[in-house]
Design a protein around this ligand. Sequence first.
Ligand SMILES: [Zn+2]
Length: 298
Amino acid sequence: MNSFLEALNEKSILVSDGAMGTMLMAAGMQSGDCPEALNLSRPELIRSIARDYARAGADLVETNSFGGSPAKLAIYGQDDKTEQLNRLAAELARAAVGEEILVAGSCGPTGLLLEPCGPARPTEIQAGFQRQIQGLIDGDVDVIFIETMTDPNELQLAIDACREVDPGMPIVASMTFDATPNGFFTMMGTAISEAVTAIEAAQVDMIGSNCGHGLENMIAIATEISSLTDLPLMIQSNAGLPVEKDGGLEYGESPQFFAANIDRLMKAKVKILGGCCGTTPDHIRAIRKHIDSEVNHD
Ligand SMILES: [Zn+2]
């Protein structure tokens, strides 16, 4: 059995890692730099981030490949290195954490609008995701996280791409919702109920939500998703909305705040819990500590 599915079966909850981008910025990455190019130019940095999350207690770390689609890499003139940068992302994470910790291949949106709303042709977008996911699988990931998606059609193209490369590879499909006066919607206007219907129809292994406006909203999103589906749920919240400070971004929600709200997420039947933008190894350490103390109480 695949090691990711095995861990899902065996453990009541898996702790994933926190932000990658936030850590890269803290290590000196500038806003115009290509994050995935660091897999080639600063491999020790990428390994050390994975190692820090594993030491903080993560059961699973994500690869530095969120923007690893050729469409996204083309912004930096790096699209000819798609397979190489994604394979390296997986190899670096694996080298840092070994076989005991799971490695999830991160696959984010292209940032392009699909036809007929925009210029992106679905066949080309899917072919791009296939190149990215092939690289990740060649580098030995246990699962593919398709994340921060706002358009169910683009999500489906990534799912189709993953199945083309390896039909047996587990998939977590995670979307990002914004709070509006009328409820939660993705940037593309997809309601939670529509997202759940689309993800259930795609028959993936897990549903998820990541990024967003902070933990309070994420608890409401998790509660709504779990009321609509029996699919296991992954939640990776931002540490609030960022505010600009001293030329950088600052996130307000502390590790203690995350830990104090875990029980409310557990009520929503969350199966993988980690963090997104603004979360650090300290957030993951606080989550791990809280979960271990709860388990010990049983
Ligand atoms: Zn985020």
